[in-house]
Design a protein around this ligand. Structure first.
Ligand SMILES: [Zn+2]
Length: 439
């Protein structure tokens, strides 16, 4: 994984981290050959001729490139991700299976929200849906498969690998995380589970935020309670640990601060065994919070803090801490001079928004774009039964596919079909631990 540009000293090769992460898994499945295939959808006969033509073309293409076997590459909170080949162009893509979607209304709604978000996003540092596989007839519609760009690794794998990680790496990663978050927050979306494993990285160090299984639209009404079922404990903001029922963008920025320290120190900043200990580790470093800072904390959490010794702020906290404590928005953080080098490197040779001509680099007018369009979760209000949501999702997927590309679907003849179909997801017990309920 190499950084580009003249400022890139310590150009490091981190491909071993990627291979280490995936080849072991691949070794268990040496004969996998699960190819995506497109089949004409039974209910779209009016496109028949056009599709058949393209289909023959891609079949030919598929034989030409007899391709890398498919393999599982990752497991998010709610889905299984495989690396597969798109038979239409031979490109490697990631295929995320969202299983058990229609078990109950809660899971239907969660998956529909994530699906809508993946189709909504248009930003280089946020993972988005390239395609959704053609659903079968609604009577057989049980799983949803989303195609996204394939990323070779993630920040967790990189941090725990033996590969060198320079401060230049940390800067360009931090810049991209904040750039992606600024966009997400401008759409009114809180990610709520920013952690190294949800930050995908490719071999050029381009980073994309992924896994929107826990993402929600920001609640502007302070009296409305938000669920506390969020954020892997180590990256959880103190306001959530203290039982605050309302929180904002700053919970994602807190997680970024923790990740930044982890990038520099190669170890988790606040690694506690329980949510109470998590809070204690944070106050050890940052000192006892003021009463004003504990305004939204629940009674039990405030009592816990006040019962304990009064802690002074540690004089020399890790470099990320000022960033975490003083800045509450991605926009403010991006204005920090520390981010200048990351911005320069990113737009000199990594981005897709600037380009190079014979007379030099032409930079974009907007380095950190936002969206004026808020993500609208109003659709969720009218979802009342599993059958109804199933029909709406089915229709939504078909609508997404009205483009010129041939639809894709699962190929049951492929060698990997069985293990792919049976691959499952994290059970509730493996989910990030729920924050403590303060009494
Ligand atoms: Zn650019």
């Amino acid at each position: 994984m190499a950084l580009c540009g003249t400022a890139a000293t310590n150009v490091t090769k981190m491909m071993a981290a990627y291979n280490g992460g995936s080849s072991a898994v691949a070794a268990h499945h040496p004969h996998h050959h699960h190819q995506l295939q497109h089949l004409p959808p039974p209910h779209m006969h009016h496109h028949h001729h056009h599709q058949q033509h393209q289909q023959q073309h891609t079949h030919h293409l598929q034989q030409q490139l007899d391709i890398e076997p498919d393999r599982p590459i990752g497991y998010g909170a709610f889905g299984v991700v495989w690396s597969v080949t798109d038979p239409r162009d031979g490109k490697r893509v990631a295929l995320k299976k969202m299983p058990n979607v229609f078990q109950n209304l809660v899971s239907c709604k969660r998956v529909f929200r994530e699906l809508k978000m993946l189709c909504f996003f248009k930003h280089e540092n946020v993972l988005s849906a390239l395609d959704i596989l053609q659903p079968p007839h609604i009577d057989y519609f049980e799983e949803i498969y989303v195609v996204t760009e394939l990323m070779q690794s993630d920040l967790h794998k990189i941090i725990v690998s033996p590969q060198p990680l320079s401060s230049d790496h940390a800067k360009v990663f931090l810049y991209q995380i904040l750039r992606g978050l600024k966009y997400l927050h401008s759409a009114g979306i809180l990610h709520r589970d920013i952690k190294p494993g949800n930050l995908l990285v490719n071999s050029n160090c381009v980073l994309k935020i992924c896994d929107f299984g826990l993402a929600r639209v920001e609640e502007s009404d302070e009296s409305r309670h938000m669920t506390q079922e969020v954020v892997t404990q180590y990256y959880r903001a103190p306001e959530i640990l203290m039982g605050s029922r309302h929180y904002s963008n700053s919970i994602d920025i807190w997680s970024v601060g923790c990740i930044f320290a982890e990038l520099l120190g190669r170890r988790i900043l606040f690694q506690a065994q329980s949510p109470i200990q998590q809070l204690d580790l944070i106050t050890d470093l940052l000192g006892t919070p003021s009463m004003e800072a504990m305004r939204t904390a629940c009674e039990g959490a405030r009592a816990h803090i006040l019962r304990g010794p009064h802690k002074q702020k540690t004089p020399a906290p890790p470099p990320s801490v000022p960033l975490t404590c003083c800045l509450i928005s991605a926009k403010d953080a991006l204005a920090h001079p520390y981010l200048d080098e990351g911005r320069l490197r990113y737009h000199t040779c990594m981005c897709k928004c600037c380009y190079t001509t014979s007379s030099g680099r032409v930079y974009t007018s907007d380095f950190e774009p936002v969206t004026n369009l808020k993500f609208d979760d109003g659709f969720e209000k009218n979802l009342s039964s599993v059958r109804q949501v199933k029909e709406i999702i089915h229709q939504f997927i078909l609508e997404q596919q009205k483009g010129s590309r041939v639809p894709l679907c699962i190929n049951p003849q492929s060698a990997a079909f069985k293990s792919f179909i049976s691959s499952t997801v994290a059970q509730p017990s493996e989910m990030p631990p729920s924050p403590l309920v303060w009494e």
